[in-house]
Ligand binder design. Structure first.
Ligand SMILES: C[S@@+](CC[C@H](N)C(=O)[O-])C[C@H]1O[C@@H](n2cnc3c(N)ncnc32)[C@H](O)[C@@H]1O
Length: 274
């Protein structure tokens, strides 16, 4: 897949997911966004760029941290994400926030515009993450910080369920296995940041526990985010068998209250331009 085809396909997935994204009653993006903002050490008055802002899991706590003397700009490729997040910001009366359609791969702002660039759960979706990180470095003012969250270890039951779904993809559909992941582990993250002209000041892990009423609730959540990229390629007539296979895998995530509980590890990296 070319990089522009990959960008279009990612944007399509999130455009289709936007109305339910982070709105299925599952604790996942919200606590991760809050933690990313906490580790970015934002000060009142800071000017912030939030790339791939989605429905504002990072943007809203960032706006609280800057206060009205600061400013937060959110960009996202999916127009409906932008519209809904801008509406939410207006509804709660945030006047120091603007949300617009923009590409996290090449954010078009003048150099040294921001004190902090935030990228919550997005850099691994970009066609050329290292170049994007280099671009974020150029957007930072002196002493500016970049804070990025990326996936760490996933719950074994989640991996098994994803594999169970992937087994029902048509034979000609590429399996969701990246050849090399520039954020696979701490050494990989450090080397990606270094190659992008950034010095890592901290890498920390954060765990989030997500609870689901049942398998249908888990599926609803999967359709509401990047999981949709896999689900949409499973032929409709194979979905019941795929779902049944995923359900069997998710039995390992059964909690005492009868629901499902999945733990996801995320790495939060803070870096500064060299
Ligand atoms: C997994 S979501 C994360 C959203 C938000 N940061 C959060 O933590 O909930 C990824 C978001 O990045 C957006 N996105 C993906 N590729 C993008 C790109 N090249 N430029 C801007 N946004 C992009 C998607 O539309 C989606 O809203």
């Amino acid at each position: 897949m070319t990089s522009s085809a990959r960008t279009n396909s990612t944007a399509e997935v999130f455009e289709a997911a936007a109305s339910s994204y982070d709105r299925t009653g599952v604790s996942f993006f919200e606590p991760l966004g809050a933690e990313l903002v906490r580790r970015a050490s934002i000060r009142p008055g800071d000017r912030i760029l939030d790339v791939g802002c989605g429905r504002g899991a990072v943007l809203f706590p960032a706006a609280t941290a800057t206060g009205p003397t600061g400013h937060v700009t959110g960009i996202d490729l999916a127009p409906t994400m932008v519209t809904l997040t801008a509406e939410d910001a207006a509804r709660i009366g945030l006047t120091h926030v603007d949300v617009r359609v923009g590409d996290a791969q090449q954010p078009g702002f003048p150099p040294a515009t921001f004190d902090v660039v935030l990228a919550g759960m997005v850099v691994f979706l970009l066609p050329a993450p290292e170049q994007a990180l280099r671009a974020y470095g150029r957007l930072l003012r002196p002493a500016g910080r970049l804070a990025v969250s990326t996936l760490g270890a996933q719950d074994p039951a989640f991996i098994a369920a994803m594999n169970a779904l992937a087994a029902h993809l048509p034979a000609d559909q590429p399996r969701p296995a990246p050849a090399s992941d520039p954020f696979a582990d701490e050494p990989a993250i450090r080397s990606t940041m270094t190659a992008a002209g950034l010095d890592v000041t901290a890498i920390g892990e954060h765990r989030v526990v997500s609870r689901f009423r049942d398998v249908d609730h888990w599926l609803e959540w999967m359709w509401s985010h990047g999981g949709r990229a896999l689900l949409r390629h499973i032929p409709t007539d194979r979905l019941p068998a795929a779902t049944a296979a995923a359900a069997r895998a998710l039995e390992h995530a059964r909690a005492v209250d009868g629901g499902l509980s999945l733990t996801t590890e995320v790495r939060i990296t803070v870096a500064m331009p060299r």
